[in-house]
Design a protein around this ligand. Structure first.
Ligand code: ADP
Length: 478
């Protein structure tokens, strides 16, 4: 006999991955699928196909026990859809997380948002929406989403005279509803519940759209824009139950009819959630190609100069920053195999004092904001093990400086650091870092985004059960 199970689905940059966990958080099954060659020609079709293939590759008995599902997607990946049929009514190719929009659009975003707002970055979801908004059918380079919208009977609001009228007002009257902007994770969830309404998103995905998770609303500067009717109307906490899977999807997939689809999050936050930290002062350092730090804090910090911003998770803030240093520098000098061979010769108890600041190229963002900062990785000692130790010490210095900077800015004091990414496997580096950081450092047991999404699904199911129990208690009390 198995208890309820929870399915987390991660749609990353190169493929999708699913984890099913039980009530205790044990992984019951883990499956993955690449998007395949040619996916780039039709991302939407690939995601759609891979979603049902992934669910289909979960053991049927396990599938039948899934009480809740949640998704994570790449941050700022956006779609424009017909809200009445989001599966087939995608109006234009998806705009991917890393697609920078043009200067005029970024300038228009800057003109409407507060200075240095994260939604003003050229890759932000807001800029993607503005690009769509300003596309007109007379522009031959445009994707003609307005024509698709008109064919489907959707209203086609927005500037309809000139492509240069960035941010201008005006709308074309029409009978149908307006098109709807969804994030990748919102859209995938909608494929399962098929109950879109005017759209549901989550605090994390909606941050780069301009949503304010502090007041839990779109700020005035955004809500008064003429394109505001395209925004998802409901933006909820990650893990909030949204709707049950549709009857058609339950029949097609073998998921139970009462399986809940819960609000999701972004891929990097899902990876953080996977580590299982819950208290202010707990942090996760990701030692992948770059060095990223994320700290749970009771206070919210935002500082564009350092590229620091805060996501909301429950009642705490997830403050994040990223250095340009990290594993990519190590890879310039050593293969992963060489790293493994040299590591036993490292002597954390005997610091090299080489004073390196390892960077793959000049320029740093955090903890030092200096676009001209030069890498310091010389002199190179004859012994590779000493050189490697110097590099690892240098990166550990940067990590420690990053957490000190967050504390100086008012974040909750650091209590514990969990480690994710390729560098987490290096025990000597962990020792070096522990000396620098002055708090316990250990590897995160789970670092996969799909596991974090599964934890959100579990949280949503628990929330729904608690609400049901409260409702039946109220009935009894009456
Ligand atoms: P990403 O997903 O960001 O590319 P990963 O989390 O896969 O990165 O981590 C890869 C990085 O980990 C590489 O840049 C590599 O230099 C580093 N790495 C791999 N093995 C070790 C090791 N034993 N010690 C330190 N760093 C390592």
């Amino acid at each position: 006999a198995q208890g309820p199970l929870y399915l987390g689905l991660d749609f990353g940059t190169s493929g999708a991955r699913a984890a099913v966990i039980d009530e205790e958080g044990r992984v019951v099954q883990d499956v993955k699928k690449g998007y395949g060659e040619g996916a780039a020609a039709d991302w939407i079709g690939s995601w759609h196909r891979v979603l049902f293939e992934l669910i289909g590759s979960v053991d049927p008995q396990i599938r039948a026990g899934v009480a809740a599902v949640a998704f994570d997607g790449t941050s700022a990946t956006a779609l424009l859809v017909d809200p009445r049929d989001p599966a087939h009514g995608v109006l234009a190719p998806a705009k991917l997380y890393n697609e920078a929009q043009n200067k005029e659009v970024a300038a228009a975003a800057k003109a409407m948002a507060p200075p240095a707002h994260t939604a003003t970055a050229p890759t932000s979801t807001l800029c993607k929406l503005l690009t769509w908004w300003n596309e007109v059918d007379t522009d031959p380079a445009a994707t003609h989403w307005r024509r698709h919208a008109a064919e489907r009977g959707l209203s086609s609001p927005g500037p309809s005279t000139s492509a240069s009228s960035v941010g201008s007002r005006g709308s074309t009257p029409s009978s149908g509803p307006a098109p709807l902007l969804l994030h990748q994770a919102d859209w995938l969830a909608a494929l399962l519940h098929e109950d879109v309404g005017r759209g549901t998103s989550d605090w994390n995905n909606a941050l780069k759209l301009g949503f304010d998770p502090g007041s839990e609303a779109y700020p005035d500067w955004l809500a008064r824009q003429p394109f505001a009717e395209l925004l998802p109307a409901r933006v909820v906490a990650p893990g909030t139950p949204v709707a049950r899977v549709s009857a058609a999807v339950a029949a097609r997939t073998g998921l139970p009819g009462d399986c809940l689809v819960c609000a999701g999050t972004t891929d990097s936050i899902a990876a953080f959630v996977a580590a299982g930290v819950t208290e202010a002062g707990q942090a996760v350092t990701s030692l992948g190609s770059t060095l990223a730090v994320k700290l749970l804090s009771t206070t919210r910090l935002d500082d564009a100069a350092y590229g620091i911003y805060s996501h909301r998770l429950g009642d705490v803030w997830l403050v994040g920053g990223a250095s340009n240093s990290g594993g990519a520098v190590l890879r310039r000098f050593f293969s992963d195999e060489q790293l493994k061979q040299l590591t036993p010769r490292l002597r954390p108890e005997a610091p090299t004092r080489l004073g390196y600041y390892p960077l793959p190229a000049p320029g740093e963002r955090f903890p030092v904001a200096d676009p001209e900062l030069q890498p310091r990785m010389e002199p190179r000692p004859a012994d590779d093990a000493v050189f490697l130790q110097g590099l690892l010490e240098g990166i550990a210095d940067i990590e420690a400086a990053a957490y000190r900077r967050l504390a100086d800015m008012g974040a909750s004091p650091l209590k514990e650091v969990l480690t994710a990414g390729g560098g987490a496997a290096n025990p000597k580096w962990t020792e070096i870092r522990q000396q620098q950081l002055g708090v316990p450092v250990r590897a995160a047991e789970q670092g996969e985004a799909c596991y974090g999404a599964a934890l959100l699904a579990r949280q949503g199911a628990r929330q729904a059960r608690a609400a049901k129990a409260a409702a039946s208690t109220a009935v009894v009390a009456n």
